[in-house]
Design a protein around this ligand. Structure first.
Ligand code: NAI
Length: 480
């Protein structure tokens, strides 16, 4: 802590390098910058204390400083142990007007290469705004901050945190340990925090799935906005974002020639579609696995063979999981792969590749090629190259999606924060999506930068279609 600002980042002296990158990113994030212009004076987020858990990248830094410009108080952590860009974290702590010796920015607790213990320690720091104050809003990516509050409330109600059992995975036992410490110092800390929280805005498919599950069980503690399913989020970030950052991650990690290689993309949802497109763009031969007949048919119509992983496991050079599911690549698959096959995951959590199982293979050796790139040598002599320990490799091996597409996602995030913060009482403890006119607004804010000239409906055309000249242009059920 310096001057009352507490933080934990890798190296504050990276702040200047980070600030240069932020300046360039601001130019590429017209949506966020126009919200600063629109709301900078009225400060709709004044009084909001936002606990943010989202990859601490350069783009997120521009999001954080937008929330501040709109009046919020913010604390931040990354939602992944490998995704922080240390120079961005440093720049946010120092702030636009601070110095390395007198930082004047935002408390950030994030660095690249955290252990899981450090990750949950950091996440816990989100809930202490000083002077006994907790957050009153959450901005989440994947739902870990929301999970901690819900588990905290559950255990406080029960008066105890359950003991770790043999069945608990390593990460879950760390979460329990973190909460046990909290419970030992206060019996109702999270219960009080939850009562103050006006809502959560959630960034990604996996976090949204967790929220709908809580809402369905009737245990969601506050209103939630599903940012992911704004059209200008999932149909852009998940698809066009990964189209940029998947190949970026593969190149930085391995520098392997992608053209001509056989690549397997597991899952053909939004992220899978972008992944397949970018690999094909490099000249790879792409095949897809799917469980959903609609997405499987889409892949086939897009010209890709849809296979089962067993059909190609011994021939493919690259495996990318994009499902948000579990056990997609098993130890059996890894054992049957070609020498030096590359295996990476871009789904939110690390359950897609059985990394725990891989580590338990008798006689297996793990060789670090460089951070976040590991060769796993099987006793039979063949190796597989696993990226980012099975965690989001587009963020672990590269720097995630580029600014322009993240501007779309984060403009939705900021509008969702404003919505829940300024309209308490209008939302129940359910999951909502932003209204379509705001979705269209996000897109509109990004047109000028690309030189798009939009056609305006005439009055006659608007009447003919039965829509307003100003939009919204599509019914709710339209799928884009
Ligand atoms: P989605 O639901 O559109 O797509 C997932 C697809 O995987 C679905 O079509 C589903 O049928 C398929 N699938 C499920 N189980 C499967 C199995 N066993 N084998 C083959 N296919 C299977 O979800 P979306 O939006 O594409 O997101 C996928 C994951 O990526 C989520 O975890 C999400 O949070 C994450 N994500 C990651 C980003 C990144 O930067 N790496 C960006 C955005 C989302």
């Amino acid at each position: 802590s310096i001057n009352g600002l507490d933080f934990a980042v890798a190296d504050l002296s990276l702040a200047e390098a980070g600030r240069h990158q932020l300046r360039l990113a601001e130019h590429e994030m017209p949506g966020l910058m126009s919200l600063r212009t629109e709301f900078g004076d009225s400060k709709p987020l004044a009084g909001a204390r936002i606990a943010g858990s989202l990859h601490m990248t350069v783009q997120t830094a521009v999001l954080i400083e937008t929330l501040i410009a709109l009046g919020a108080e913010v604390r931040w952590v990354s939602c992944n142990i490998f995704s922080t860009q240390d120079e961005a974290a440093a720049a946010v702590v120092v702030g636009p007007n601070g110095t390395v010796d007198a930082p004047a920015g935002v408390p950030v607790f994030a660095w690249k290469g955290e252990t899981l213990e450090e990750y949950w320690w950091a996440t816990m720091r989100l809930f202490d705004f000083g002077n006994g104050r907790g957050p009153n809003m959450i901005l989440d990516d994947g739902g870990d901050a929301t999970l901690l509050v819900h588990k905290g409330v559950e255990f406080e109600a029960a008066g105890a945190v359950p003991q770790t059992t043999e069945d608990d995975n390593h990460e879950y036992s760390i979460i329990l340990e973190t909460l046990r410490e909290s419970l030992s110092s206060s019996k109702d800390r999270f219960t009080k925090i939850a009562a103050e929280i006006k809502g959560v805005t959630e960034e990604t498919t996996t976090g949204v799935a967790r929220l709908y599950k809580l809402a369905k069980e009737g245990t969601l503690l506050f209103p939630a906005i599903n940012v992911n399913d704004a059209v200008t989020k999932s149909k852009f970030d998940n698809k066009y974002g990964i189209r940029h950052s998947l190949v970026d991650g593969l190149n930085r990690a391995t520098d392997v020639m992608l053209g001509g290689k056989l690549a397997v993309v597991c899952g053909y949802g939004d992220v899978g579609k972008g992944s397949a497109e970018t690999l094909r763009g490099q000249g790879a031969r792409v095949v897809v696995t799917e469980v959903d007949p609609i997405c499987a048919l889409q892949a086939a119509m897009d010209g890709m063979q849809v296979v089962r992983i067993e059909d190609v496991v011994g021939e493919a050079d690259i495996f990318i999981t994009t499902t948000g599911g579990t056990d997609i690549i098993t130890v059996e698959h890894l054992s049957a792969m070609k020498h030096n096959a590359i295996v990476g995951n871009v789904g939110h959590f690390d359950d897609e590749i059985d990394m725990a199982g891989l580590a338990k293979v008798p006689g297996i050796e793990k060789v670090e090629i460089k951070p976040q790139v590991h060769e796993w040598r099987f006793p039979d002599g063949h190796s597989v190259i696993v990226l980012s320990e099975g965690r989001l490799m587009n963020l672990g091996n590269a720097t995630g999606h580029p600014s322009f597409v993240m501007s779309n996602s984060f403009t939705n995030q900021v509008m969702a924060q404003i919505e829940l913060w300024t309209k308490p009482g209008e939302y129940d403890k359910q999951v909502y999506v932003l209204p379509k006119h705001l979705d269209e607004k996000v897109a509109r804010l990004h047109l000028d930068a690309l030189g798009v000239r939009l056609t305006t409906l005439t009055k006659k055309q608007a009447e003919y279609l039965g829509v307003d000249i100003e939009g919204p242009y599509k019914p709710e059920h339209y799928r884009y």
